[in-house]
Design a protein around this ligand. Structure first.
Ligand SMILES: [Zn+2]
Length: 463
């Protein structure tokens, strides 16, 4: 009987998972069942209760949109430490611990925090800034990131996948955030963008690039060994994933993917045309942007489970600004129609689509507008408002590799939650009214503003 069940499972399991060329190494089989690990993609063992906030929080009288695809329903949710521990229709059905802090969400929607799949925390604001605020200043890069983290969290975005930032800045921003020293979303960082010499981002801007400038945003590598070394450098600094961009040779992209996967890291790629084809064949986990690729590659993406972070917003922004010119890594005509056609083609082929906004220059200052616009773009692709919101939460968590901890409101998940004064599952515009944000079980936005508690005074003795 058991064999029969296994056989049936093997038949109904989508080819997506069984035929993936290479996948990141999963080390969980080596852990004992009670091993505590970090809440990031590295999953390194850590002491139990590390960064676990004390106490419990009850969110009552909520209209719960849980991100699983189920319709919104009345609910009370109990959070203990950083995790969701009980969910019931009303608080009368919960076993409440003493000293629980109560948040009344009457008339509001409680839902999982939004996830941003394509951020650049330290991207230069605009050309022509004072020299002290330039690409060569790590201090300015870190401060740019800290400012953007505030905008993200105020907008209800509780996780950001950073896919290309300057030097050590994204790693340090991540460290300062998760140890509670600066407010902001959870960060999952790729570090520097890895390209072949003259690759994307180096051809039409005046960016300084690594390895000559170690603190830059882009790392130019050459040869299979060069790509492996670039991956290992980001891993050493603390990368959660690897970001590649065109151009590269088939051998180079294959080496980078193989190295990253062995280290347990997922790989995403910003590429177009033949380079996307090469990267998908090499087994990348995700492809950024709605740019041209062959029909065979779209089919292969669906078959092996390669996801697409479509990012229509940044290209609509670029098209509005006049277009994308003089770039050797964008050798095709860009149009809104062509982008939507590619996104639609991938959707129809069964490729998993995710939501990212790639806010470069000063676009982050328009938050939450760009994120809401991408949800509306998904509606234009045929998703309902609720289905687009499931992509923004559950599916984005899956693409990130964090679906076991983030993306839905379920018992056992981390309490990254937002309370919205409206019904964003019916109208994305209601995301302008993010009232409260809880991150890791703690209130970080209250009445729409960042809430920073008084620091805990450490005991000190004087003579
Ligand atoms: Zn980008």
């Amino acid at each position: 009987m058991r064999n029969l069940i296994l056989l049936v499972l093997a038949i109904v399991t989508p080819a997506a998972h069984s035929q993936r060329l290479e996948a990141p190494v999963d080390r969980s089989a080596y852990y004992t069942p009670d091993t505590a690990t970090t809440n990031d993609l590295r999953r390194v063992p850590m002491p139990k209760g590390f960064m676990e906030p004390p106490g419990a929080v009850l969110v009552r009288n909520a209209r719960l949109f849980d991100g699983t695809g189920a319709p919104a329903r009345p609910a009370a949710v109990l959070i203990e430490g950083s995790h969701i521990t009980q969910i019931a229709k009303t608080e009368a059905d919960l076993r409440l611990p003493s000293g629980v802090v109560i948040i009344d969400a009457a008339g509001k929607t409680l839902m999982p925090g939004l996830i941003e799949l394509h951020g650049h925390l330290t991207y230069l604001e605009r050309p022509g800034m004072p020299a002290a605020m330039s690409e060569d200043s790590q201090a300015d890069a870190a401060l740019r990131g800290a400012e953007r983290m505030r905008y993200f969290i105020e907008s209800g975005i509780t996780s950001v996948r950073d896919v290309g930032s300057h030097g050590m800045a994204p790693y340090l921003l991540k460290l300062w955030q998760y140890t509670g020293r600066i407010p902001g979303p959870r960060l999952f960082v790729a570090g520097q963008l890895i390209v072949g010499t003259g690759g994307h981002g180096t051809e039409s801007f005046t960016f300084h690039t690594a390895p000559e400038y170690p603190d830059s945003q882009i790392y130019e590598a050459n040869g299979a060994d060069g790509f492996r070394a670039a991956v290992r450098l980001q891993f050493k600094r603390g990368a959660d994933l690897i970001k590649l961009a065109s151009h590269f040779s088939p051998e180079e992209v294959k080496a980078a993917v193989e190295e990253a996967h062995r280290l347990g890291l997922r790989v995403t790629v910003d590429a177009e045309t033949l380079f996307t084809d090469m990267a998908v064949a090499a087994g990348v986990d995700c492809v950024e942007h709605p740019l041209p690729r062959s029909d065979a590659t779209v089919r292969l993406m669906a078959k092996q489970g390669t996801c697409a972070d479509v990012t229509l917003v940044p290209y609509q922004y670029i098209i509005n600004a006049g277009g994308y010119f003089f770039s050797t890594s964008r050798r095709f005509t860009l149009s809104n129609e062509a982008m939507f056609a590619m996104a639609k083609k991938m959707k129809d082929a069964g490729v998993t689509l995710g939501i990212g906004t790639d806010m470069t220059y000063g676009l982050y200052k328009s938050l939450p507008e760009p994120y809401i616009q991408e949800l509306k773009n998904f509606q234009q692709l045929g998703y309902t408002a609720a289905a687009a919101l499931v992509v923004a939460t559950r599916t984005n968590a899956e693409i990130l590799g964090m679906a076991d901890r983030l993306g839905t409101v379920e018992v056992g998940k981390l309490a990254d939650l937002i309370i919205v004064d409206g019904r964003p599952d019916e109208n994305p515009e209601d995301l302008r009214k993010v009232d409260q944000v809880l991150l890791n079980g703690q209130v970080v936005v209250r009445e729409g503003r960042i809430f920073v508690p008084h620091h805990v005074e450490e005991k000190v003795r004087f003579p």
